[in-house]
Design a protein around this ligand. Structure first.
Ligand code: NDP
Ligand code: 2IT
Length: 453
């Protein structure tokens, strides 16, 4: 019988250990499972990784910081939230990853995101480790003043755990330019230092051109690379997109620029279906609705009569060539994947992190659909964050055109790495396997170099 010290616990025994050590953390266990199955195959004949227990170590965060965040709402009620920063792994660079403000945030969700981020950041080729943070704060319906007070209180604790060479947070769900501004201002005030400690900053104070667009554009570039690999293109194809935030609106914008037609967008209330296509003018209207008016996607149908609103529903039943889940984790089930396949979907590119369930991924693989997992497809955001760090360190700013070219090249490079490790030899590329192995290898080899730390 294998003891816990056995170097060769099999995949099932490994996963049993992960479940036992992380009780009830379903999202984290799901993310580890998805990676472990590919890594086990890859390291089967590589004794050094077993001996050094590399996978076991990557699946144990370096540090989980949890803290209380108190703030006062506009009615003078004292509110108490839980904040976190998960520092998963810094083998190849400072911890790097977003901050999420959403009522669903808990330790499991942030541990899954920090774990995924470790592989994603490695795939970019830039020197960034993996981290993630956030709080169970719901920005919806809050005044600007309330959001500011929350962000300041959050940073009053977080600042001691981060730094430009230690850990560099950015945005994620519920954290955009406004929140980054409030958090950066508070960091600067506490430390009396202007430094590139956050990315996704405004252009006026050290933010990078292309960072707002990078995740959504990058997800479409990844899709374009997958299609090209099969001699296809985005032009003339229909796309179903979920979400209507930063990633979804920029993915929609790039699909449109490349001659595709976007049929849907959504939020947690439901989705809009516009058979005429959601063109640039409509996307600009949605950006204003979301970023300035802080409105809901249902309002689209009052403005654009060609569209229908489907309450409490997700868009995956709408017939399309391309699907881009860009909202949140586990938003695309096996049944929904099957509906997409039955309707003839050709390519799926994940703007969100882990939006497809494990069972849904299996449906895409069994049907041999081009399927780009989040850790590869949405890496453009963190990649341009890495470029923002470089610009801040050098105290310069590169222009939009140059950064656009760098993003295009980075996504091409990530696609190539996925093909290198994921080509099954039968013409089908398993992009999940490719991303997992390529992402793992660099981190694992760095860890081997450090010995037992
Ligand atoms: P935003 O906050 O800008 O937008 C999030 C969108 O997703 C909103 O439309 C929101 O609707 C919807 N959404 C959030 N939670 C749920 C839910 N539980 N059910 C249904 N819809 C939901 O976030 P981003 O666009 O930045 O992030 C979207 C996804 O992309 C996330 O998975 C994030 O981790 C990932 N990502 C983001 C990157 C970035 O650079 N921003 C980089 C890489 C990945 P509602 O308003 O109703 O909540
Ligand atoms: O999931 C992600 O990659 C992000 N939210 C962006 C992280 C970053 O540091 O830019």
């Amino acid at each position: 019988m294998a003891s816990v010290y056995d170097r060769h616990v099999d995949l099932n025994q490994f996963m049993e250990g992960v479940k036992k050590r992380n009780p009830g953390q379903t999202e984290f266990i799901q993310a580890v499972q998805e990676v472990a199955q590919d890594i086990y195959e890859f390291i089967e004949d590589k004794e050094e990784y077993h001996e050094a227990q590399i996978l076991r170590r990557i699946a144990e965060p370096d540090r989980v910081v949890s803290f209380r965040v108190c703030w006062e709402d506009d009615n003078h009620n004292i509110r108490v939230q839980r904040g976190f920063r998960i520092q998963n792994n810094n083998a190849i660079g400072p911890y790097k990853g977003g901050i999420r403000f959403h009522p669903s945030v808990n330790e499991s969700v942030l541990k899954f995101l920090a774990f995924e981020q470790t592989f994603k950041n490695s795939l970019t080729g830039l020197p960034m480790g993996g981290g993630k943070g956030g709080a169970n704060f719901n920005p919806r319906g809050k005044s600007d003043a309330e959001v500011m007070r929350f962000c300041q209180s959050f940073m009053t604790e977080l600042y001691r755990h981060i730094g430009p060479d230690t850990d560099v947070p950015a945005g994620d769900i519920g954290v955009g330019g406004r929140e980054i501004g409030y958090m950066f201002g508070q960091y600067k005030r506490i430390t009396n230092r202007w430094e590139g400690v956050l990315t996704g900053k405004g252009q006026e104070y050290g933010g990078s051109q292309m960072r707002p667009e990078a995740t959504g554009y990058g997800a479409v570039y990844f899709l374009q690379n997958m299609l090209k690999h099969k001699g296809e293109d985005v032009e003339g194809k229909t796309a179903v997109i979920s979400g209507s935030g930063n990633v979804a609106t920029h993915a929609a914008e790039m699909i449109t620029k490349l001659g595709g037609k976007v049929l849907t967008l959504s939020d947690s209330g439901g989705f809009i279906h516009d058979p005429d296509g959601i063109d640039q003018e409509k996307i600009d209207w949605i950006k204003h609705l979301k970023n300035v008016k802080r409105g809901r996607i249902s309002e689209y149908v009052d403005e654009f009569k060609s569209a229908e609103y489907h309450e409490d529903a997700r868009p995956w039943s709408v017939k399309c060539d391309l699907a881009l889940p860009c909202a949140t984790q586990n938003e695309l089930s096996a049944d929904e994947a099957k509906a997409l396949v039955d309707n003839g979907v050709q390519g799926v590119s994940e703007g969100a992190n882990m939006p497809t369930t494990l069972e849904g991924v299996k449906v895409f693989h069994d049907a041999k659909i081009m399927y780009g997992p989040g850790k590869a497809a949405n890496a453009g955001g963190v990649a341009v964050s890495g470029l923002e760090m470089s610009q801040n360190s050098e105290r310069i700013s590169w222009n939009h055109e140059r950064l656009g070219e760098m993003l295009t090249d980075l996504m091409k490079g990530i696609h190539e790495k996925c093909v290198e490790y994921g080509d099954n030899g039968d013409g089908y590329v398993d992009y999940v396997k490719g991303a997992n192995i390529a992402g793992f290898k660099k981190v694992a080899d760095a860890m081997l170099a450090f010995g037992v730390v």
